[in-house]
Design a protein around this ligand. Structure first.
Ligand code: FES
Ligand SMILES: [Fe+2]
Length: 357
C-alpha cells in the first residue's frame, strides 16, 4: 500500500515535469492568418482559446467558452468589435466583458459585470502572434525579437502538428544526431556524409547558444547563400529555436516555435525571414523542401509515439543528447525559480560538444 502510494506520487511528479511550462509566451499563429474582423479557435496548452483581431488591428485572446451554457464563442459572430454567442446571443467585448444579454426584459436587473471571459495577454511582433499563459508576463522570458530584422515579417511560415508531447517535440527538433537517418535527401545530406563535429556552446538568455560557426560542410543547402556563411543557433525557454545565418551583408533567419496543443500534440511553426531579395524568387522551390523536412520529423515522432506508449525508460547520452539534458535542466530551474519567487539562474555552462552526424 505504502509503496503503491509512493509510486503514484512519483508518476504525478513525472507528469507535472512533463507538463508545458506556464508563465510563458507561446506562439499562436502568423499575423497574416488573422485579418481585422476575423477570429479563430485554437487549443493551446489544453485550453480552448478564441483569438481575434478587432477593427483597429489589435489582437486579443479569450477563453472560447460562453459562460452561459458552454457554447464555443468561436461558433458565433464577430463584428470586429464584439463577439456574439450563437446560442442565446450574449455579447462580449474583446476584453471579455459581457455587454448584452438579449433575453433580459426592461427592469430585470442582472449584474452583467459579473460575467467575464478569461482573457489572455497577447503580443504581436515581426509578423507573429504570441499568447501568454500565466499571471506575470513581465517576469517571463520575453517574446523573441529577431536581431537585425526590424519589423520584418516572415517570408514563409510552415505549420505542422506533431503527435508528440512538448518535451519530445523540443528534444526531437534539437537533436543533432538524427539528421543523417531522418533527413536523408540528395539536396541535404546522406548517411554516408556522417562525420565527427565539435561545436562550442554558451549560455544565452533563458537558454543556450551554439556559438557562431561555419555550417557543416555536408549541409549543401547553406551553399545556396553564397559567400562564407556563418550560423548561430539559439534555444530559449519555453520552446523556441532561432537560427541566424549570415553571409556577407545578407541574413537568413529561421524561427522555430513549438506550441503545446494538449499533452499528446504539439504544433511547430517554422518561420523563415531573409534579406536577400533574390531568395524570394526561390521561394516556390524552398517551400517543398521546408515542408519535406518538417514532415520527416513529424513522421519519426509519430513512430516514436508507438514505442513511448509502453512508457519505456529513456536514455540521454553525452554529448549527442546534452542539449536535451540542458532543456530539461532549464525547464526545471525555471519552474523552481517561479515557485520560489526568485530570479531565474541559467544553469548552463560554456562547453564544447562533440558528436557524429
Ligand atoms: S450559451 Fe452562449 S448565450 Fe447561451
Ligand atoms: Fe529533424
Amino acid at each position: 500500500m505504502g509503496q503503491g502510494r509512493q509510486q503514484i506520487s512519483r508518476d504525478d511528479r513525472a507528469e507535472e515535469h512533463a507538463a508545458p511550462l506556464r508563465e510563458a509566451w507561446y506562439y499562436a499563429c502568423p499575423s497574416a492568418r488573422l485579418k481585422p474582423g476575423q477570429m479563430r479557435a485554437k487549443v493551446m496548452l489544453g485550453e480552448p482559446l478564441l483569438i481575434g483581431r478587432d477593427a483597429d488591428g489589435s489582437v486579443f485572446a479569450l477563453r472560447d467558452i460562453c459562460p452561459h451554457r458552454g457554447m464555443p464563442l468561436s461558433a458565433g459572430r464577430f463584428d470586429a468589435g464584439q463577439i456574439e454567442c450563437c446560442y442565446h446571443g450574449w455579447r462580449f467585448d474583446t476584453a471579455g466583458r459581457c455587454t448584452l444579454i438579449p433575453a433580459l426584459v426592461a427592469g430585470q436587473s442582472f449584474p452583467l459585470q459579473r460575467v467575464r471571459l478569461q482573457s489572455y495577454p497577447t503580443h504581436e511582433v515581426q509578423g507573429n502572434i504570441w499568447v501568454f499563459f500565466g499571471t506575470d508576463p513581465a517576469a517571463a522570458p520575453p517574446v523573441p525579437v529577431l536581431e537585425g530584422l526590424a519589423d520584418a515579417t516572415p517570408r514563409l511560415v510552415e505549420t505542422v502538428a506533431f503527435a508528440a508531447a512538448i518535451d519530445h517535440a523540443v528534444v526531437g527538433l534539437m537533436d543533432p544526431a538524427h539528421g543523417p537517418f531522418v533527413h536523408r535527401a540528395w539536396w541535404w545530406r546522406s548517411r554516408r556524409s556522417i562525420h565527427a563535429k565539435a561545436k562550442a556552446f554558451a549560455p544565452a538568455p533563458w537558454g543556450f547558444a551554439m556559438t557562431r560557426h561555419a555550417p557543416s560542410a555536408n549541409s549543401r543547402g547553406y551553399r545556396l547563400l553564397g559567400g562564407s556563411p556563418e550560423t548561430e543557433i539559439v534555444f530559449r525557454l519555453p520552446a523556441v529555436r532561432i537560427e541566424h545565418i549570415r553571409s556577407g551583408r545578407h541574413a537568413v533567419c529561421n524561427l522555430t516555435a513549438i506550441t503545446p496543443i494538449d499533452n499528446q500534440t504539439s504544433e511547430i511553426n517554422h518561420c523563415i525571414y531573409w534579406t536577400a531579395p533574390w531568395l524570394s524568387a526561390l521561394k516556390p522551390l524552398l517551400r517543398p523542401y521546408v515542408r519535406a523536412f518538417l514532415h520527416q520529423d513529424r513522421r519519426i515522432m509519430e513512430r516514436q509515439r508507438q514505442g513511448l506508449r509502453w512508457n519505456p525508460p529513456l536514455m540521454l547520452i553525452d554529448d549527442a543528447d546534452t542539449q536535451a539534458k540542458w532543456y530539461y535542466r532549464l525547464k526545471r530551474e525555471y519552474r523552481r525559480a517561479r515557485a520560489e519567487s526568485r530570479p531565474f539562474e541559467n544553469p548552463i555552462e560554456p562547453r564544447t560538444l562533440r558528436w557524429r552526424s
